[in-house]
Design a protein around this ligand. Sequence first.
Ligand SMILES: NC(=O)c1ccc[n+]([C@@H]2O[C@H](COP(=O)([O-])OP(=O)(O)OC[C@H]3O[C@@H](n4cnc5c(N)ncnc54)[C@H](OP(=O)(O)O)[C@@H]3O)[C@@H](O)[C@H]2O)c1
Length: 262
Amino acid sequence: MEFGLRDRVAVVLAASRGFGFAAAQALAKEKCRVAICSRSKSSIDNAGKKIKSETGVMVIAQSVNVQNKNELAGFFHNVQEKWGKIDILVSNAGGPPVKNFEDTIEEEWAEWFETTFMSVVRSIQLVLPQMKLQKWGRIINIASITVKSPLSGLTYSNALRLGVIGLAKSLANELGPFGITVNNVAPGYHLTDGLERIIRKKIENGLQRDEIISQWTDAIPVRRLGAPEDLAGLIAFLASQQAGYINGATIQVDGGMYSGSL
Ligand SMILES: NC(=O)c1ccc[n+]([C@@H]2O[C@H](COP(=O)([O-])OP(=O)(O)OC[C@H]3O[C@@H](n4cnc5c(N)ncnc54)[C@H](OP(=O)(O)O)[C@@H]3O)[C@@H](O)[C@H]2O)c1
């Protein structure tokens, strides 16, 4: 199926690897021009080269820390200046550390509020004026299954990501009349570097790798961890012409792990 995305401009945050990279790659395969960022210059340059060589689309790759509002603004201005528009925003950032509530600390709450919530607020502020003018836009936030069902030890994620869901639902109402849709994707366990860090932490606490993975997969009806591409396919679809009537939704991609009916 053609998604009608040829020559659309997509900005994907935190995209040198994992979900962000897979999302940018999927959009590039649909012939979007993609602008990607991450903190490490060499990693984001390599990611940009890979996408360009695989798909032939134009790519902007920039070193940006999404916690830094000036760097974030500079990135969006650069894309606007070079390509004149932004049609699709995929918000993403590195995930907060694994901690139970009693191990959380004030400074980290502030840091992860900036990273998980304010980077989304600021990115949307930066793309809105022009999306409203052109009366077309797609905003897709990468959240987590923790917004539907909290996971133990993921206190920062369980708490802070719900702000993004509330924001998206509120914006879906405000922006729908301008042809802009706002949706969230809620991944379960996918094998990325991010998940490998969680696995390493559990190994340090005495568990075996196989044991950790089978504890997860036993609770996933399709009996496997996801790959980043499993989430990226949904992101490309939500960006498509065909998805114009999906707005304000939070869709899980978790192999059926979430046990609620809705
Ligand atoms: N993997 C899972 O199973 C899973 C499940 C649910 C939710 N999530 C969430 O989904 C998001 C992405 O996860 P992932 O597994 O793809 O992570 P990942 O494999 O660790 O990749 C993270 C990406 O974000 C970039 N990044 C990190 N912090 C950044 C910052 N402050 N500014 C700019 N770029 C930044 C990294 O590049 P640099 O190091 O170069 O900055 C990298 O490209 C995270 O919020 C994670 O918690 C993951």
